[in-house]
Design a protein around this ligand. Structure first.
Ligand code: AMP
Length: 428
């Protein structure tokens, strides 16, 4: 027997039936991005390994443990992108668009790859929607980024959401805070997990978001970053908070929120969903004023977010929100020897409607059963009688009503039948 293949661990197929949900959440992301004045950018799915090592940070779990890295045939080290921002920043620099006063508002959508232990809400290939405002340090850009993500989740109908906000300081105040963290934890170093002992040397803020219970307990005694912010960072944070208040969003301050990536400055935020269990973050982001310089560009401030699409779909399911949208299907049934005419009619109708018909000739009964199985909204019947009279029978499968009419009236009748509201929200 020949070998059976399976999708690789941590990857999944999205089959018809589920794919319509994906299409809807992507369509809404594109629509809202555009409403907020963002333009789409598409970057390659793999990049030079060094881009992520530098851009994401050598000390992060993503770089140290989770990257899909391989040599290509010429021995170059390549990596499947674990996140979107580094590639976007590289692309903006490469295109010569990174200029201190030039604003770019960009969004992206696509697969990301991380070699992590798969579990509910965590995959090795997963999808992200992300947005970046490049070229301004203005706190209103931070506000807009948070509002954009919140608006999207609300538009989809999610309610069980919590926005968490923090500031991780900047090049002025962060080193001072890092020193404080080191000092506060020095005497308990041996009680920390092995990862945190290393973090304490290289990137002490990351100890604060360690998930190991023992470490979580120990970091409770560490002074809050919010008490160590310099004047500029404090003002920036106050403006972001004012902007969120003015936008009608509620949020919680969370001084323990330090994102795993090194290039973040000032604003850090996450949006959590109450029914996602251990993997409760649907998305997050923050300001990364240092990244352009690290990646060889000029100094350009920027802020952005990324959101996990699978988690949004799980959250929608948990809240019983159905964003499923399938183009209503019309099934064209035909009598014997009418294939030429049926395929000609189908071609004409397919300019406006989704039409399904059989390749082979089948009995009317078999065709009607198939229409039912496909979940068609309406059936058209083109029999010998109809053919001779220049007519067609239209059956509404929801109401069961059936009517014969001149072929000339068919398109108007279908438009009427199919336009009836099928779901509760405008985009579904
Ligand atoms: P991060 O860049 O790690 O902050 O990820 C941003 C968002 O992507 C998270 O809030 C999750 O919703 C999602 N995400 C991250 N890693 C995974 C994964 N392995 N599987 C599914 N979703 C993920």
């Amino acid at each position: 027997m020949s070998k059976k293949f399976q999708a690789m661990r941590g990857t999944r197929d999205i089959l018809p039936g589920e794919v319509e949900k994906w299409q809807t959440v992507e369509k809404v992301a594109a629509m809202i991005s555009e409403r907020y004045g963002y333009r789409e950018i598409r970057t390659p799915h793999f990049e030079a390994t060094d881009l992520f090592a530098r851009g994401v940070g050598e000390t992060t779990d993503v770089v140290q443990k989770e990257m899909y890295t391989f040599p290509d045939r010429k021995g170059r080290s390549l990596t499947l992108r674990p996140e979107g921002t580094a590639g976007v920043v590289r692309a903006v620099i490469e295109a010569g668009l990174a200029k201190p006063d030039r604003l770019h508002k960009l969004w992206y959508w696509g697969p990301m790859f991380r070699y992590d232990r798969p579990q509910a809400g965590r995959y090795r290939q997963f999808y992200q929607w992300g947005a970046e405002v490049i070229g301004t340090a203005n706190p209103w850009a931070d506000v807009e980024i948070i509002v954009l993500l919140a608006e999207y989740l609300e538009e989809l109908g999610l309610t069980d959401l919590v926005i968490k906000l923090n500031s991780v300081g900047d090049a002025t105040c962060r080193p001072i805070y890092q020193k404080k963290v080191r000092e506060a934890l020095a005497s308990r170093r041996d009680e920390l997990c092995p990862d945190c002992r290393e973090r304490l040397e290289k990137n002490p803020l990351r100890v604060l978001d360690c998930k190991v219970p023992g470490c979580r307990e120990i970091v409770k005694g560490v002074p809050s970053v919010l008490d160590s912010l310099c004047e500029d960072c404090r003002e920036h944070l106050d403006e972001v908070k004012k902007g969120l208040d003015a936008s009608g969003l509620t949020y919680e301050m969370d001084p323990g929120l330090v994102r795993g990536l090194d290039y973040y400055t000032r604003t850090a935020f996450e949006i959590h969903h109450g029914k996602l269990g251990a993997q409760s973050a649907v998305g997050g982001g923050g300001r990364y004023d240092g990244l352009f310089k690290i990646l060889g560009g000029p100094e350009v401030p920027a802020v952005g977010f990324s959101m996990g699409v699978e988690r949004v779909l799980i959250a929608l399911q948990e809240e019983g929100r159905d964003v499923f949208h399938q183009t209503p299907l019309v099934y064209l049934a035909r009598g014997a020897n009418l294939s030429d005419e049926a395929f000609r009619l189908a071609r004409e109708l397919r300019r406006r409607f989704a039409i399904q018909l059989e390749y082979a000739e089948k009995s009317l009964g078999a065709q009607l059963r198939q229409a039912d199985r496909l979940g068609a909204t309406a059936v058209l019947i083109l029999g010998e009688d109809e053919m001779a009279a220049g007519e067609i029978t239209v059956k509404d499968l929801k109401s069961g009503d059936q009517r014969r009419m001149p072929r000339a009236d068919l398109q108007d009748e279908l438009a009427r039948l199919l336009s009836e509201p099928a779901a509760s929200r405008s985009h579904t």
